[in-house]
Design a binder for this molecule. Sequence first.
Ligand code: RRO
Length: 307
Amino acid sequence: MPVDLSTTIGSLEFPAPVMTAAGTAGHGAELSAYVDLSSLGAVVVKSLSAEPWPGNPAPRVHQTPSGMLNSVGLQGPGVAVWVRDELPGLVERGARVVVSIWGRSVEDYAAAARSLRAAEDRIVAVEVNLSCPNLDGGAHLFAHDPVATTDVLRSTEMLEVPRWAKLSANTDRVVEVARAAQSAGAEAVTLINTLIGMIIDTESRRPLLGGVSGGLSGAAIHPVAVRTVYEVRKAIPDLAIVGAGGVTDAITAIELILAGASAVQVGTATFADPRAVAKILDGLRTWCEAHEVSQLRDLIGGAHQTG
Ligand code: RRO
């Protein structure tokens, strides 16, 4: 019997539990040269605002000893241009599309959500990104505050597709914020976005990234992601979780699933190998076969069982 890798996130069923992480697979079908996009759970596209946005000055990315620091700064074409130029290529390839949206204000999120309404028949969900570390150096992360999180989610409630809230582990209030997101209509939370970090160029003696600070991702943050998923699952067992943070292989994916994630997103690993997301999906199948797991969903939250 083939392993059943399907999973459920809120009201949605997915044939596979592995997705791209927002911002790491472009805005469109860029990965299709390497990966059959229809085989993935979903393709989560880089965060979009209603209007085009140029992003931060270069340099924007830098490798760290076990990960990466980025200060892309939310560069994007804006929702309307994305719907016209990028969405058709994803739909043509059979991708289940999740659109990440961002804003500087509650009204910006509402505007992005309103613009997306025209594409709701071609997308499966919207991931509301409340946790970009590169807006004003991370000083105004909506996901640090349950009230701000509630306001943003309420402003997007005209959307008819399910909404997920992408949250931050740069705060000790993540459980409170997750609860606020759920009460304000989020069907799931995506945990975690990057952690705020910084690199100094010792030759110039100045911050290396154009945006000064940036978001740390990759293997370095994996234990933080596992801990955060575990905490939220324990506190709010009926809230679906999408796990992200340092998923580099089947084992790191399984860890997040055992902690409580119903699916995982692969981000930084894609920069090292554009086929990573497909390899991790294959690796999950092999791991389940080797461990006689016939349905991957039986593993979700398994680390919480006692005895
Ligand atoms: O564009 C970015 O700089 C960025 C975003 Br929107 C995000 O959510 N997380 C991140 O590390 N970088």
